[in-house]
Structure formats: C-alpha cells, structure tokens
Design a protein around this ligand. Structure first.
Ligand code: NDP
Length: 332
C-alpha cells in the first residue's frame, strides 16, 4: 500500500495523517471492543495517526471503548493524536452547550474515558448561541494553558463565528481555534470550498473532514434499498434514512451510480474515488474515515493510490455528474 502522507493541521506544526479514523455510530453501537481495536490497529499500521471521537458518540461509550483500546494497544502517547468534542453531554441543562462549566466537564470526562493525560484536539461540536463566545474562548484557552488540550477547534461553525473567536482569543492573549471539522464530500462542499476560503491563509485554519462517503451513499450500497445492518438500517438513524429517501437523497443515490462508472474506468471502487476526491483539495488537512469492518477500512485506506489518477479531465467528469440534475438543469 502507498505510504501515508502527513499534512500540517492548518498553520500549526502538528502533522496529521491525510487519512484518519473516527468512531461515530460505529464504536459500541455497531462494533465491539475487539473489532474497534482491530480496526484502530489496522489504521495505525497503515500510518493513520489521528483518532476522532466525541462525548456524544454512544453517550460516552465510544470514548470509553476507544480509551480501553488505546490502553490495550499500548502505543506510545507521542505517536498518535486523539480528539473529542463538547456539546451534547447529557440531558441536564448543565450537561450541554459550550458554557465554561460544560466545556471543562466534557474535557475531564473525555480524559478519564479515553484514559489519556491530554487531548490533542478538542472541538466545539456545534456553535452555542446561548453562551457568549468570549466565555467559550476563555474556557478553551484555559484548558490549553493547563495542558489538558493542545489544540482547540470548532465543528460546523460559520466562517464569521470562527473569525470572531480568533479576534477574541487574540485580544485575550489565549490560544485561538486551530481547526474546523466540517462535513465535506462530493455532495456537501459549501463550507470548505466557499465559506472558509478566506480563513485558510488569514487564520491558518486546518480542516478535519467528516462523512467523506456521505454516511455510505458514496459507496453505492443504497442503490437497491437499505441493506440490513448498514448505517441507514439502524434504530435511531431514522432521520438519516429520511434524508436518504428525500428527493435530494434519491438524486444523490442516482449520482453515486454514475460516479461508480467513472470509478470503474479508473480501476478503483466508488468509495476510493470519493475519498481520493476529498484528498485532492489541498485545504483538507485530514479525511476522517468511518468503517464497520476490516474490509471496508482496507478499501478506504487504498484511496491514497487513486489520488494521482484524478487529473483535470476526470475531475471535470465528476463535476458534471454532481453539479447536474438528471434533467440537465444546473443544481445551483
Ligand atoms: P463516512 O461518510 O465515510 O461513512 C462511514 C460508513 O459508511 C461506515 O461506518 C460504513 O457504514 C460505511 N462504509 C464505509 N466504507 C465502506 C465501504 N468501503 N464499503 C461499504 N460501506 C462502507 O464517514 P462517517 O459518517 O462515519 O464520518 C467519519 C467520522 O467523521 C466519524 O467517525 C466521526 O469521527 C466524524 N464525524 C464528525 C461529525 C461532526 O459533526 N463533527 C459528524 C459525523 C462524523 P455501514 O457499514 O454501517 O453501512
């Protein structure tokens, strides 16, 4: 397999593997400790150095499972990057959002469950309109000062909010946000390609992408309905299945079928094409993969080999498929 490239996380000095591995939906809900640990080992052996998590994933059990795996795997702490995210920590008013209290509690919970002394990356999972931005920036700055967090960032924030957080951090003399975690894939491009464009050079923003396969639509597996055991078939994922069954979802499934033909001509699979397409964007620091089996993970890691095949002509063909409705009308 091709050697894993490492990219700077924005303008920071941290080198993150171009492909990383996350635990949303999968850890604890779909796969147990043995499988999760096996997948982490497989990823690490392929050069993956970043493992993504959040306090909300499986209500804390995803952090617990990853912590147990990290302990059993026994890798040097200096050899991997681990994250968690704060926002949805529980039902009580004090257990959610980005108040100073919850930002600190979620960090301490994450450290305990992940069994680590510090978090490499700590994300605000969504913006919180009921907490002054200055309170959150101060809370994050303090955690960095205390050494509990190395880099903090945001997920799905507006560009203006990120810029404002930077301004506040500079004024307070505390650490500014280093990275954002946006959705980015062939169907969801606005934030990464348009909204954040002004932040990459001016603020040195790094990006850790989620759902490169649009939760599996970009594998082509939903062309003939929802396969048993797949993410869309799970209890609790009805909202995602509703999206799949919407007019937009059906269009995406159809576009995925056309993209699969391009992939076949390139001698790769659709997931490999879709992941390589994310990697071709130099503003992308890392693409976070999700997988429920070793076979899926192996296939996705091999996307690295497909990247050199994405020349201008191929990219143009891909663009024509994703920008055009089946009627031939432009999408925007
Ligand atoms: P993807 O869009 O790549 O979806 C991954 C899922 O697709 C897998 O769990 C599997 O589901 C299916 N799949 C993956 N590869 C294959 C394959 N080769 N063949 C067939 N099926 C495949 O990524 P995720 O949505 O999982 O996101 C990745 C990570 O990003 C998460 O783990 C999390 O860390 C992060 N994230 C962050 C968010 C945020 O708000 N910040 C939101 C969402 C994710 P199955 O087998 O069940 O069909």
């Amino acid at each position: 397999m091709m050697e894993m490239p490492y990219r700077r996380l924005g303008s920071s000095g941290l080198k993150v593997s171009a492909l990383s591995f996350g635990s949303w939906v999968t850890f604890h809900k779909q796969i147990d400790l043995a499988t999760s640990m096996g997948l982490m080992r497989q990823a690490y052996d392929a050069g993956v150095n970043f493992f993504d998590n959040a306090e909300s994933y499986a209500s804390g059990d995803s952090e617990r499972l990853m912590g147990e795996a990290l302990q059993q795997l026994g890798w040097p702490r200096s050899s991997y990057i681990v994250s968690t995210k704060v926002y949805w920590g529980g039902k009580l008013p004090t257990q959610k959002g980005l108040s100073k209290k919850h930002v600190r509690d979620a960090c301490d919970n994450g450290l305990r469950r992940l069994k680590v002394d510090y978090l490499d990356l700590y994300f605000c999972h969504r913006p919180d309109h009921e907490t002054p931005l200055e309170e959150t920036v101060r809370a994050m700055g303090e955690l960095v000062q205390q050494g509990k967090v190395l880099y903090w960032g945001t997920s799905e924030w507006e560009a203006d909010q990120i810029a404002e957080a930077h301004g506040i951090a500079r004024a307070l003399g505390v650490a500014p946000p280093t990275m954002e975690q946006p959705q980015y894939n062939l169907f969801e491009r606005t934030k990464v390609e348009r909204d954040y464009a002004r932040l990459y050079d001016s603020l040195g923003l790094g990006t850790t992408l989620w759902s490169p396969l649009a939760s599996g639509i970009l594998t082509g597996k939903y062309a003939q309905g929802v396969p048993d055991g797949s993410r869309m078939s799970l209890a609790g994922m009805e909202w995602l299945r509703a999206e799949l069954e919407s007019a937009q979802g059906r269009l995406r499934v159809a576009q995925a079928q056309q993209l699969a033909l391009v992939a076949r001509e390139l001698g790769c699979s659709l997931p490999q094409l879709a992941i390589a397409w994310c990697l071709r964007n130099p503003r992308v620091s890392t693409v976070i993969l999700g997988a429920t089996s070793s076979r899926q993970l192996q296939e996705n890691l091999t996307a690295l080999e497909v990247l050199p095949r994405l020349d201008a002509a191929v990219l143009e063909r891909i663009e024509a498929i994703v920008q055009t409705k089946p009627t031939g009308r432009a999408q925007y």
